[in-house]
Design a protein around this ligand. Structure first.
Ligand SMILES: [Zn+2]
Length: 49
């Protein structure tokens, strides 16, 4: 878990904002977690019914 995950979970970060945040954070996160965050962002980008 990182700030991006927490904010996505709380719905205070849009997918677009999360992508930008990930761009800044990815150097600090390990590769595996970057992939997890990307998956969460992809999930957040799915249209809601
Ligand atoms: Zn995270």
């Amino acid at each position: 878990m990182c700030l991006i995950c927490i904010d996505l979970a709380k719905n205070v970060l849009s997918a677009k904002e999360a992508r930008r945040a990930l761009g800044e954070m990815r150097v600090k996160l390990d590769k595996q977690h970057v992939a997890e965050v990307e998956a969460k962002i992809a999930e957040a980008e799915k249209p809601k019914p």
